[in-house]
Ligand binder design. Sequence first.
Ligand code: FRU
Length: 494
Amino acid sequence: MTHDEVCQRATQSVQTLSLSVNPRFYPLVHFAPPAGWINDPNGLIYFNQQYHLFYQHYPHSSYRGPMHWGHAVSDDLIHWQHLPIALAPGQQDDVHGVYSGSAVDNHGELTLFYTGHTVVDSNASQVVIRQVQMLATSRDGATFEKHGVIIEPPAHIEHFRDPKVWRDADSWKMVIGVSEHQTGQVWLYTSTDLRHWQFDQVLLKAKPDQGWMWECPDFFPLGDKWILVVSPMGMQSKQFAYNNKFQVGYFVGTFNNNQFIVEQDFTELDHGLDLYAPQTYSGSGDQRIMLSWFSMPETPIPEQPDHWSTCLTFPRIITLNEQNQLIQTPLPAIKQLRQTPQKLSGIVLNDERFCLPLTSDCCELSIEIDITKSDAERYGLMLTFDPQTDKGVKLYIDKQSQRLYLDRSSTAFGPHGHRSIALPDTPTLLLHLIIDKSTCEIFVNHGQATLSARIYADYTANHIALYAENGQAYFNQFCGWPLQSAWIKPFPYM
Ligand code: FRU
């Protein structure tokens, strides 16, 4: 079979599977596959007047299998149209998976870089793998021709993946995630023609406690600084930080003469439970827009029996503030989806719950809380709240520890757990939330911190409540918008 035929078959397979998708947890305003498994976003590029999104995909089932690249396009990053599968495994060098990578526009030729993954020995005490960087191109932006291997690793390197390519002043550059001597690192390569690549240098290496492998590097300028985003495997948790299975974080520095000089060490990108393998768009003008896998490796996924698996985070605009902190805010185009707002102000609660006039199936919320005046032991919001059982996902301020908690321990379906951040040192706290069926994204104080988590409640538990325990809480302003579905047809289509 030709590569086109393999892609066509895979596309048919996912179309058939989509007929049996159960939509109970399926998001309405987040990108998700028509059916089957997805993980990382790949090849994010604005090309021929459209945003292209590729993604790690197993089209034949909602459980992980040999990776393909799924493909979708959008005019606004909100309304997506699914396209046929772009890349499928099959060649000798990518027979066990077309792994993550990126895209560039080479004078009108859409050029994809990905990792070809093969399992060399599955019987060894530790499975032996081979990973190489590969190239594929397209003129029409829909069907792709593979051109084989462009970079092989040195003989002693096994984990060598996720090429991210960009155009520099007079050459092309690529960063690759590598594990060498059990140390995560990012290697830099250079090319003049996208086909022949020279190793340049190690861009950055993990310190001893920063992981044995760095996956999915992304490297880009913001103002006069450069940001390196990586997804480390094997970092030790430290108190409130690095508590997920794998981590995501960024370094800030300068990049001159191919040297990345770090000014700000590894900083967690998101403080929730389910965000991994982010990638930013290239070619979208001055704005940096980021999408991430909205899940965490090796974590239970309750929608898998429903014939689809996981989604991506809502597109975020990222900027850098003067303290070298990444600021993340949801794409303003979300406003298109807002329906009639519900507004309240001056809500004072004294050891009680208060149900808001909105349900949490799919909505956006903005709440201002007066921290200085509030003296309750705990106060905040309950999402997916069920007044019968008094249970819900809690987003609350803990007065004693001065922390903001997200706690999903009482949801009907796993995974459970909680995360927290130090309460910002501001008199009021502004919480901006996007809740979409089984997803919840929280933007704190205009995006200075974010917490993202999948939440799986019983369908009857869709109220949103404010609450205060042992004392008073002052909620200055509340505004909530039900969001309309971004899917153009009632359910995903091809
Ligand atoms: C990150 C990752 C990448 C790899 C891909 C395989 O989630 O492990 O490093 O290319 O997923 O699906």
